[in-house]
Design a protein around this ligand. Structure first.
Ligand code: FAD
Length: 212
């Protein structure tokens, strides 16, 4: 097999390696750069994100039409490897979960209004997002299709959602949320995704736990 990378990916890979080495690793050394969950705190993160964006090392995963660099899945595999040399790496390049996957989903499935309201702020770095799926046992984890307990029921023009979720990365700072809930007992098509903004009425974050 030929494992040679496209020259453009190779160039991005080298530039990311240098950026991680010269700008991110030194910050990783600083105890004061960490938040309570041991990740990079906002004070140190924002300048690094601004610098990465300025240098064009930003949002590689999306098509160019959506503000990305369109490097494809194989390209992303090579770039993730370089970014991940530091725990702080991916988020500096707007390539960290859950924003990474949420942007890909919204780019593929959201309508134009939803893209403007929910996707663009994540792409331009002004908003973060969260993905609300996992539940405590016996709820959804590795097998959300079969085990999802959270139910959403339509009442008039509103949806009432009942369930218990946990492990929701970034929920404390996110503005854009995608919540997965059961809307029917159909084994293949029973789950729906609900897209909402932090400022939308009708929900609140009840508890935040940082994992040591
Ligand atoms: C750092 C971190 C961040 C996370 N962020 C998010 C988030 O933002 N949003 C969110 O919704 N969730 C998040 N999660 C949760 C994560 O997606 C779940 O932990 C994961 O899906 C596994 O589910 P579970 O923990 O319930 O394990 P379980 O599904 O209970 O699995 C336990 C073990 O059994 C194994 N297993 C399960 N089913 C099978 C099977 N059929 N065959 C063989 N082995 C099996 C698994 O591999 C695993 O080893 C996060 C988790 C971590 C650790």
């Amino acid at each position: 097999m030929d494992f040679t990378l496209d020259p453009q990916i190779e160039e991005y890979r080298t530039r990311i390696r240098d950026f991680v080495e010269n700008h991110i690793m030194p910050v990783e050394e600083l105890p004061q750069a960490r938040d309570e969950g041991e990740n990079i705190n906002e004070e140190y993160l924002q300048p690094l994100r601004a610098k990465a964006r300025e240098e064009g090392l930003w949002c590689f995963q999306l098509p160019r039409s959506a503000g990305g660099q369109e490097v494809g899945i194989v390209g992303m595999a090579a770039l993730y490897e370089e970014m991940q040399r530091s725990l702080f790496g991916p988020v500096c390049f707007n390539a960290a979960a859950p924003d990474d996957g949420n942007m890909m989903v919204l780019e593929k499935l959201a309508n134009e209004d939803q893209k403007r309201r929910f996707l663009e702020p994540i792409v331009n770095g002004s908003a973060r997002s969260a993905f609300i799926m996992t539940e405590p046992a016996p709820g959804s984890g590795s097998d959300p299709g079969g085990m999802m307990q959270t139910r959403a029921v339509k009442k008039g023009d509103r949806w009432i959602v009942n369930g218990h979720k946990w492990f929701i990365t970034g929920a404390g700072v996110a503005e854009v949320f995608i919540l997965i809930a059961r809307t029917s007992d159909d084994p293949r098509n029973g789950l729906s995704a609900f897209l909402f903004h932090r400022d939308d009425p009708g929900w609140e974050l009840v508890r935040r736990i940082a994992i040591d």
